[in-house]
Design a protein around this ligand. Structure first.
Ligand code: PLP
Length: 399
């Protein structure tokens, strides 16, 4: 027997499986709505002009590649804080903020998970039902028991706020609660300002540990409004964590640009917390990579590039909105009688379309249109060339 012979094949990643099936499909008009990336009107992952300009300037510098500090590039970390809390936030000078550059949003969540695991003996993490599929796997792998709290209401295609509050209220004290700050993945259903206030109230009263995941800032309403949950938590005075991702908003998926931010209760807590977080980083990957953070920091700290980036972000957001409106209109025109208006109310890249597993299977088999089994479709994969085929096929399986 060899060292590796007992190793069993891990279960296939459902999304990767879907991509394989899509790639093997020979139909010319096939469409992949399973992807988790923004595609432009041409169906391509864009290179943002602001990113290109920052990259060209960086290449022209011919800079040497020394190590970054363990917690990353300082101007990047500060720029992340300004995006989260607002450029005028009193928190910026409070001494209560810790930000460490991380390997994408996933890396930020993992740093937070490992840090909290060492900090307390509380082992429950609550995630929304449904949630981004990696939340469960990531926190289980970090040693936690992962439970669900009620979130999506299939009856209204909206939020079940009462169910959510009741479930949060019933969690053991000290449980970590993962909250999607905006553009909930996979449902596209977000909390209102008033809803957030109620959640913060329960979280504070039950002494839960809020961990906000913000992977789509700018894809909902705009950069400021999409940070409302982060800012309400900041106002509450509670300690909390935030995982930022710039994969989508800068279209820098492969560069792994994210950050973990922690808001402490007092500035005295900050130095010890930062020192322990650095230990987590040091023993995992030592220090983060340079390129993505340099590019993002360059865009965020240069007013011209920032304005250009905001325009490009708005372009992406508006295109998704147009696709939502067009899909609703075309479904109705194709004779769908069910109410599909919720598709237009949802925010971010995804829509929980309400399609059943069987309907999703029929879409793939009969029409070459691939969606996730849960019914999640990536609205950002729609464009004017494929939307008619998608609407016709969806209408056919919905009747
Ligand atoms: N959190 C949510 C809710 C996501 O949807 C994603 C990516 O799909 C991530 C985190 C991870 O982002 P990244 O690719 O930056 O690791």
């Amino acid at each position: 027997m060899s060292l590796f012979s007992p190793v069993e094949l891990a279960p296939r990643d459902p999304i990767l499986g879907l991509n394989e099936a899509f790639n093997a499909d020979t139909r010319a008009n096939k469409v992949n709505l399973g992807v988790g990336v923004y595609c432009n009107e041409a169906g391509k992952v864009p290179l943002l002009r602001a990113v290109q300009a920052a990259e060209e300037a960086r290449v022209a510098e011919h800079a040497a590649r020394a190590y970054l500090p363990i917690d990353g590039l300082a101007p990047y970390d500060l720029a992340v804080q300004k995006l989260l809390f607002g450029a005028d936030s009193a928190l910026l000078d409070s001494g209560r903020l810790i930000t460490a550059q991380a390997l994408g949003g996933t890396g930020a969540l993992k740093l937070g998970a490992d840090f909290l695991y060492r900090l307390t003996d509380k082992r429950t993490v609550a995630i929304s039902n449904p949630s981004w599929e990696n939340h469960r796997a990531l926190f289980e792998a970090a040693g936690y028991d992962v439970v669900n709290y009620t979130y999506f209401d299939p009856a209204t295609n909206g939020l079940n706020l009462d169910g959510m509050l009741a479930d949060l209220d019933a969690l053991p004290e000290g449980s970590v609660v993962i909250l999607h700050a905006c553009c909930h993945n996979p449902t596209g259903v977000d909390l209102s300002l008033a809803d957030w206030a109620k959640v913060i109230d329960v979280v504070g009263r039950r002494q839960l540990v809020p961990f906000l995941d913000i992977a789509y800032q700018g894809f909902g309403e705009n950069l400021e409004d999409d940070a409302v949950a982060v800012r309400l938590f900041a106002e509450s005075g509670l300690p909390f964590l935030v995982a930022s991702s710039f994969s989508k908003s800068f279209s820098l998926y492969g560069e792994r640009v994210g950050a973990l931010t922690m808001v402490t209760a007092s500035k005295e807590e900050t130095a010890p917390v930062l020192s322990q977080l650095k230990r987590v980083i040091r023993t995992n990957y030592s220090n983060p990579p340079t390129h993505g953070a340099k590019v993002v920091a360059a865009v965020l700290t240069n007013p011209e590039l920032y304005a250009q980036w905001e325009d490009e972000l708005a372009e992406m957001r508006d295109r998704i909105r147009d696709m939502r409106a067009a899909l609703v209109e075309k479904l109705r025109a194709a004779g769908v009688e069910q109410d599909v208006s919720f598709i237009q109310r949802q925010r971010g890249m995804f829509s929980f379309s309400g399609l059943s597993k069987d309907q999703v299977a029929r879409l793939a088999d009969e029409f070459g249109i691939y969606a996730v089994g849960s019914g999640r479709i990536c609205v950002a994969a729609l464009n004017t060339s494929n939307i008619d085929a998608v609407a016709t096929a969806m209408a056919a399986v919905m009747k």
